[in-house]
Design a protein around this ligand. Sequence first.
Ligand code: AMP
Ligand code: GLC
Length: 466
Amino acid sequence: MKKSLREKIRLWKSLYANAFENATNALPRIGGVLLAYNTNIDAIKYLDGKDLEGRIEKVGKNRIFELIENPPERITSLEELFAGILRSIKLGKAMEWFVESKEVSDYLRKWGWDELRIGGQAGIMANLLGGVYRVPTIVHVPQNPKLQAELFVDGPIYVPVFEEGKFKLVHPREAVKENEEELIHYIFEFPRGFQVFNIAAPRENRFIANADEYNARVHMRNEFREHFNDVVKNVDLAIISGLHVLKESYETYKDVLNEVDAQLDVLNERNIRSHFEFAYTANRKVRRALINLLSKFTSVGLNEVELASLMQIIGDEELAREVLEGHVFSVIDAMHLLMDETGIQRIHFHTYGYYMALTQYKNEKVRDALLFAALAAAAKAMYGNVESLSQIRDALSVPTSERAFLIEEELGREFGEAENGVIDLGDRQLTFIPAKIVTSPKSTVGIGDTISSSAFVSEFAMFLSP
Ligand code: AMP
Ligand code: GLC
């Protein structure tokens, strides 16, 4: 029998509350998680329309407006910097361009920031998993200057060091290297409706000016590389990210992927489950190479833009377009295709309003993990920085996306009524959850990382018996 909207709201409310309990009770069962490779400093600036207009007028409005339509995708001048910011606002899209000019880096540093946070997928996940979930976490830091080390919160967060012939794990603050570089990513956040000149943002989002040459090459620290065997003795899970920046022009892109491949072999020999956090990968050859690498992972996390970009390689342009437009059945087809191609056990897709997982195993814990992740995401949207489990519990009161209930009905018509979000597809399970949506988020950067890491880690924790 078809459920009324009120019944649906009530059902998901109780599933959410149970999932929070189940996930938080299980998290302490995890021995350790490895997070590699990208950590940096995020310098967050909440844009001010008048200030931005003044700066644009000064640099030259006409030229900047021309560049908005012909995006250079990298920053070699102030004109290109502002064109990037305006383009991101105009489309309401997240964009990230590399800064390739000392003049622009100096300008950005002088312009300043409202807030500094740890950045990079690995860095963000470390503060969440170690700082909030209290799961022992080993994080890779390409550089460890004081400014960055101080952004790691208290908790069981460690970097490997090798001193006097001994391997040790210490908090990043205890391993500061004064002479190492500050890898700063300038993040310009804007709310929905944000206005500059005649441009208004259709939705909240951010533009990133990335002034960092280390993560761009996926620089691996020696201690980490040479003592990888010691590092992994301390973990039962690994989350890998940061490979999306690789370019064909770097002679080293294949070397980097070979090194990662070898590290994955070590993880697999030890039965350490691994998750790859996808991020938009501009270069098609690198994208293809990453798809090939997926067969060595247990799990992958991606959003609609990333899934569509993979369909351009292993599907076709039409499927890619449909995924981008948000057709739920095309998303499901794409997930199946990716699973067929790679043999990966778990694919976690997230988009505004709902998440889905396709797994080669069947269990309601997959759903509870997605629900817990949606609470963490809502807390991240509300507070910017998640600092405690009680903030995540607060997110239970954020409304659940009603648009997602309509999608749930479509799924019900196709597959038969789902058992509380869990659909048995014979050899695979499809799990669907309506997410929580915060109407006026404080910031948007890092929500995707929060979703993927919370779901992967809590699912695994719930599978470990008490
Ligand atoms: P990504 O695109 O990987 O950075 O992840 C962004 C994800 O964050 C989206 O797919 C949404 O699921 C989630 N998200 C974005 N905005 C909000 C919001 N206002 N409230 C809750 N979740 C959000
Ligand atoms: C990218 C950005 C980094 C940001 C992260 C959030 O890695 O370079 O600055 O913290 O995305 O997901």
